[in-house]
Design a protein around this ligand. Structure first.
Ligand SMILES: [Zn+2]
Length: 272
């Protein structure tokens, strides 16, 4: 199937010939507001004070206080209020949810072969706030055996229960995002937390997996990523061989629509 989808979330025309499709959000002046934010994890709506951004309904934000690190969707913005500042926690991060470019269908995923459309650095901001004052992290991935993707997952050397859980994660569509840029693969998995995974993909083989769940063995997140990668590469091989050079990124259609539906934006979708 070679259906194509145009997905524009901006009121400006796209000029496909330019290389500057990834336009940064223009610097907008902050507008003080009291905002109702819905947190998807517990589906609670709470009020926060904002003096850093010009917020709109549908924006993805992160706050300080008890719900630090949980993503929230702005439900309502109020500009007229009188509050005691000490009564309120604040909005500290606004995610960049502008998406412009061309996507290709791949099951429950949308694929892009253009690096500027859904780069990892942008998609991760939809899911977790930037880390500040991170502890010293030691990364080592020596001596790891690779796994040929053409092999059956049953041949992957991980404990049975880890494999089973990983396959469940894969089937549940928990691999929200996956990209391969040259030899470098990256993925985002929605588990107990949002986990970031890096790996090497070369000559049909994956290796050097690092997952930031801090497991000291191959975890279920890695199993899920291997399954999803197999699946997407198969789809690309069957449908979009000419489009794939040395880069693709894929995001679940569910996540893409959830994030880009921001109520304040103009947008259109074209099926042809
Ligand atoms: Zn993990």
């Amino acid at each position: 199937m070679t259906n194509k989808i145009g997905f524009y979330c901006d009121d400006k025309e796209i000029n496909e010939n330019t290389e500057t499709i990834a336009v940064e959000k223009p610097e907008v002046k902050a507008r003080k507001s009291l905002v109702s934010i819905r947190f998807e994890k517990n589906n609670r709506v709470l009020s926060y004070y904002n003096d850093k951004f010009d917020l709109h309904k549908g924006d993805i934000v992160f706050v300080d206080g008890k719900l630090e690190g949980e993503r929230g969707f702005v439900e309502e913005v109020n500009y007229n209020f009188k509050i005691k500042l000490s009564d309120y926690k604040k909005v500290v991060v606004l995610a960049d949810t502008t998406v412009k470019g061309r996507f290709f269908f791949a099951g429950d995923y949308f694929i892009s072969f253009d690096k500027s459309v859904i780069p990892y650095e942008k998609v991760i901001t939809w899911l977790k706030p930037p880390v500040v004052d991170e502890e010293e992290i030691v990364v080592s991935n020596e001596d790891e055996e690779g796994f040929l993707l053409e092999k059956d997952i049953s041949e992957l050397k991980v404990p049975y229960n880890v494999k089973e859980k990983g396959i469940d994660y894969y089937l549940d569509g928990r691999v929200i995002y996956l990209s391969v840029d040259g030899d470098t693969g990256k993925a985002i998995v929605d588990g107990t937390n949002i986990y970031e995974i890096e790996f090497t993909y070369k000559n049909g083989e994956v290796s050097n997996f690092i997952c930031d769940c801090y497991c000291n063995y191959a975890c279920k997140h890695i199993v899920a990523v291997i399954m999803q990668l197999k699946n997407i590469l198969k789809n690309i091989e069957e449908n979009y061989k000419e489009e794939y050079r040395d880069y693709f990124s894929a995001v679940t259609s569910y996540e893409l629509f959830k994030v880009t539906r921001s109520y304040n934006k103009k947008g259109s979708i074209t099926f042809n």
